[in-house]
Design a protein around this ligand. Structure first.
Ligand SMILES: [Fe+2]
Ligand SMILES: [Fe+2]
Length: 318
């Protein structure tokens, strides 16, 4: 006999973290179209060609990763949910990944010529080190049957692999340049922070139920994957940043974020780098709270977006 189909009941919550995350994510909902990107054009014109190249191509790389999260990532994680509310949260995340992927195109259409945009997409669709990381993560999503390994891949992507790209707009924000472009990146970063914490939390539930030997096996797999991704990320960082002289600085930043990804998964840090080692200008860019864009007041109805702040561990004290 077939089992009955069940309606989702938000008045009977199995895991309060599902509800808290849903509320956090819906409260911080945003759209790229609300950010006045064209205000950055005068700053943009002061950048030399090398720096404009870096900005365009880090965003090409980020577009590819957000495309992967929106098209394969969340659909793959949704097969392993433990609660119906987890499905709802992943649905929200999946839609926001599409918003993220689209928002880079808004940036391109503001700053770049059609020829430049075509070149950026040709680059992101073929560049070896960028493709390496996207294909490695996609392979786990599509072909690895282990729900915990898929969650590891997702957390590594969101809390580690994005950061070679996030460095650039944060550096400019710290120098008071292209602040609206940076604002979009900060909104994306704020979402990724919740995604990484939530999926890492769901990973830890499953991990803690494993016998010790299986935990050790999974740890070995996880650190091995991180080493491989880091080795590739080093090459990707050189490719992007050698022409600006920022490479060493970016590598510190990505090692710091690799440790944060491990923390989301409840694992020990791998690298010695801490927040104190990261370029303070970039840390400053991260810590500034997101500006409150009074978009609708520009058309006269005085609507204000809600005040939102970054996720912290205390948000999970329920
Ligand atoms: Fe994203
Ligand atoms: Fe995400």
């Amino acid at each position: 006999m077939t089992e009955n189909y069940k309606a989702i009941n938000w008045n009977a919550i199995d895991d309060q973290i599902d509800k808290a995350t849903w509320e956090k994510l819906t409260e911080q909902f945003w759209l790229d179209t609300r950010i006045p990107l064209s205000n950055d054009l005068s700053d943009w014109r002061t950048l030399d060609q090398d720096h404009q190249w870096v900005v365009g191509h880090v965003f090409g790389g980020l577009t590819l990763l957000d495309t992967l999260q929106s098209q394969e990532g969340m659909a793959s994680l949704r097969k392993d949910v433990q609660t119906p509310h987890e499905t709802a949260v992943l649905n929200n995340i999946q839609f926001m990944e599409s918003v993220h992927a689209k928002s880079y195109s808004s940036i391109f259409s503001t700053l770049n010529t059609p020829e430049q945009i075509d070149e950026i997409f040709d680059w992101s669709d073929t560049e070896e080190f960028l493709q390496n990381k996207a294909l490695k993560i996609r392979d786990i999503y599509e072909n690895n049957p282990d729900p915990l390994k898929k969650k590891i891949a997702s957390v590594f992507l969101e809390t580690f692999l994005f950061y070679s790209g996030f460095y650039t707009p944060l550096w400019y924000l710290g120098h008071n340049k292209i602040p609206n472009v940076a604002e979009i990146i900060k909104l994306i970063l704020r979402d990724e922070s919740v995604h990484g914490t939530y999926i890492g939390y769901k990973f830890q539930i499953g991990f803690n139920q494993l016998p010790k030997t299986k935990q050790e096996d999974l740890k070995n797999w996880l650190y091995d994957l991180l080493y491989k991704l880091y080795a590739n990320e080093e090459k990707y960082t050189h490719l992007l940043y050698d022409q600006t002289g920022w490479t060493d600085d970016v590598l510190v930043f990505i090692r710091y974020n690799a440790n944060k990804a491990l923390m989301n998964l409840g694992q020990d840090p791998l690298f010695p780098d801490t927040a104190e080692d990261v370029n303070p200008v970039v840390m400053n860019g991260i810590s500034t709270s997101t500006a409150n864009h009074d978009f609708f007041s520009q058309v006269g109805n005085g609507y204000l977006l809600g005040n939102v702040e970054s996720m912290s561990d205390s948000d999970y004290d329920i």
